[in-house]
Design a protein around this ligand. Sequence first.
Ligand SMILES: Nc1nc2c(ncn2[C@@H]2O[C@H](COP(=O)(O)OP(=O)(O)OP(=O)(O)O)[C@@H](O)[C@H]2O)c(=O)[nH]1
Ligand SMILES: [Mg+2]
Ligand SMILES: [Zn+2]
Length: 282
Amino acid sequence: MALEANYLRVRLQQPGPAGERQLLCTRRARLAYGGQQVMVGDWVGLDGCDWGDGRAAVASLEPRCSQLQRPALANVDQVLVVVALAQPSLDEELLSRFLLSAETTGVEVVPLLSKADLITEGEASCWLQRLNGWGYDALCISREQPETLSSVRQRLAGGVAVLCGPSGVGKSSLLNALVPHLDLPTAAVSGKLQRGRHTTRHVELHDLPDGGLLADSPGFNRPELPIDQQQLPSLFPEIRRQLEDGARCRFRDCRHLQEPGCGLDRSWERYGTYRSLMEQSS
Ligand SMILES: Nc1nc2c(ncn2[C@@H]2O[C@H](COP(=O)(O)OP(=O)(O)OP(=O)(O)O)[C@@H](O)[C@H]2O)c(=O)[nH]1
Ligand SMILES: [Mg+2]
Ligand SMILES: [Zn+2]
């Protein structure tokens, strides 16, 4: 569940003889020679358990269901894209960029709109509706509103999730609020640009009280988008949903721009974003 200098901190599937929940492990040399890099989130096989010292060695690596690059994490079920409703104010272009970037993982994407205490309920529900139109079931959250945190807890129970998003939106603060006794460093948003200070630097999965694991990640300010024509349509829930609902285009490689026989409806809010990304990539 965490990489620490030369060691791997491994969470046990079943507690050890004295109720141990984790062991500090080295990597077996053959793992390294096999070219296999252990990532946080991996399921591994251990040998040479020394319960007295709480040590063991990682001897094998299970196949992954998913793999994220940034942050480097395996077997994630949900990517939570956190953006602030205020401080810094919500920039829809940036939000869209983070969502598209998260979609490239192929994992379920859930937008979390943070710092809801800083805006009115009306404004918050406007954003939720808007994101609903984009195809997302988003949540508004605030450290100051405990009921919003319990809806996040419910969403996360049982799975492995990661918080992504710009710096200073409150990712570490959210994790601190969800995990008892956790005290990750957080920092005030500062300066004219209203940017965070990049307080979080490494990746670790934390146990949630209701089951499930959640990782923080260092915020970054503007993800680069993959401009791969083939992949782009699949990154938009608006398009995925229409195709799932049976919309059909005449050409199998339809880019849903001006092609004859395109079966997609184009009256959705982010169609312009889609079209310009498609044009940039051609
Ligand atoms: N008003 C309000 N402020 C919040 C809330 N959550 C976090 N903050 C503040 O936002 C600032 C940034 O919080 P962090 O948790 O450090 O943000 P982060 O997303 O982890 O930032 P990086 O680690 O740099 O990516 C801090 O000053 C927090 O006190 C919230 O729900 N409401
Ligand atoms: Mg942080
Ligand atoms: Zn089409």
